[in-house]
Design a protein around this ligand. Structure first.
Ligand SMILES: NC(=O)c1ccc[n+]([C@@H]2O[C@H](COP(=O)([O-])OP(=O)(O)OC[C@H]3O[C@@H](n4cnc5c(N)ncnc54)[C@H](O)[C@@H]3O)[C@@H](O)[C@H]2O)c1
Ligand SMILES: O=C(O)C[C@H](O)C(=O)O
Length: 355
């Protein structure tokens, strides 16, 4: 009975992953080829900030992922309980909880993928940049530990402001001599998840079939959904596209306001983080054609970091894909976002190098 229930959860999570435009082929690959727990390589995933609002549901989703064999849950408090709880789920991975800096090295050792949702979330009225003063230091110290204990891991940065925390991590890794631009990712999957949901609602198409690339960065106008490339095609007016763009850009704020002081998106973020980590694991395992949007080191524009579609492979980023044809409205959005994104990137780089 329990096995049947679990199978149904995994089957459902597999088809949910398949609804992500860019992961659909690879997710189906798992389902169709029966890439079972026995045949997939051993993979360790560490979550830093695992006892938090995102960390807990993300721990649950990664425990359900059959590609994971070891799941390390690290936080400054609360992880023994989360780990004990999640560890009772009868899926492939072994779960261990780690608490406090003394245990960070052990949590990170031999990790293939490190996911970082550690840090404070927004309250109403705040921008993501308002989190910089606290989260920059947290990300810097966690990145220092990564460069020491698992320098070859793929790093999935969730902590905000992503437009600055990714550059901070890159500088820390450069200083330590461990930077590999193929292995550092800002997680922007939630923007894609939102763009797909909002587009499907407006276009009245099946959300599971929708594809929408989202490029730029992860804050306000730096989030640029490319609805001109959305599929299935729909005959939406310019006003509709403008409204969808604005709603995608303000998606985080919509949740922050609705939560009224109790934090920001956690459940949808855990879902998005699990999709992105799953894509990284599939890439590492050699599954072909795994493509996701992510904020990475980039030559797509003149900015050193930029979110666009990225092909994932056995070393992390296999190829940073271009933007494709943009509408006039999107071209304007692209030019408009550059000054803010540039300044957030520079702020992160400066912080990492001065302190
Ligand atoms: N990239 C995105 O799309 C996206 C989406 C949602 C939230 N976020 C960001 O994710 C972060 C976490 O959000 P949340 O809602 O989970 O917050 P939360 O406060 O619920 O959880 C954060 C966790 O981080 C832990 N933490 C703090 N310092 C730490 C350290 N040095 N090492 C390890 N863990 C530490 C805390 O103990 C806490 O458990 C925020 O910065 C938020 O803005 C990003
Ligand atoms: O909006 C936030 O502060 C959290 C996150 O970046 C989001 O997009 O939901």
């Amino acid at each position: 009975m329990r096995t049947a229930m679990l199978r149904s959860v995994l089957k459902r999570s597999s088809s949910a992953l398949a609804s992500c435009p860019t992961t659909s082929t690879s997710s189906l690959y798992v389902a169709r080829r029966g890439f079972s727990s026995e045949s997939a390589p051993e993979r360790k995933v560490a979550i830093l900030g695992a006892a938090g609002g995102i960390g807990q549901p993300l721990a649950l989703l990664m425990k359900l992922n059959p590609l994971v064999t070891k799941l390390a849950l690290y936080d400054i408090a609360g992880t023994p309980g989360v780990a004990a709880d999640v560890s009772h789920i009868n899926t492939r991975s072994e779960v261990a909880g780690f608490v406090g800096e003394d245990q960070l090295g052990e949590a990170l050792k031999d990790s293939d993928v490190v996911i970082i949702p550690a840090g404070v979330p927004r309250k109403p009225g705040m921008t993501r940049d308002d989190l910089f003063n606290i989260n920059a230091g947290i990300v810097k110290s966690l990145s220092t530990a990564i460069s020491k204990y698992c320098p070859h891991a793929l790093v999935n940065m969730i902590s905000n402001p992503v437009n600055s925390t990714v550059p901070i991590a890159s500088e820390v890794f450069k200083k330590a001599g461990t930077f590999d631009e193929k292995k550092l990712f800002g997680v922007t999957t939630l923007d894609v998840v939102r763009a797909k949901t909002f587009y499907a609602g407006k276009a009245k198409v099946n959300v599971a079939d929708v594809n929408v690339p989202v490029v730029g960065g992860h804050a306000g106008i730096t989030i640029l959904p490319l609805f001109s490339q959305a599929t299935p095609k729909a005959n939406l007016s310019h006003e509709d596209i403008k409204a969808l763009t604005k709603r995608t850009q303000d998606g985080g704020t919509e949740v922050v306001e609705a939560k009224a002081g109790k934090g920001s998106a956690t459940l949808s973020m855990a879902y998005a983080g699990a999709i992105f980590a799953d894509a990284c694991l599939k890439g590492l395992n050699g599954v072909p054609d795994v493509v996701e949007c992510s904020f990475v080191q980039s030559c797509v524009t003149e900015l050193p970091f930029f979110a666009s579609k990225v092909r994932l492979g056995t070393n992390g980023v296999e190829e940073v894909l271009g933007l494709g044809p943009l509408s006039e409205y999107e071209k304007e959005g692209l030019e408009a976002l550059k000054p803010e994104l540039k300044s957030s990137i520079e702020k992160g780089i400066k912080f990492a190098n001065q302190s």
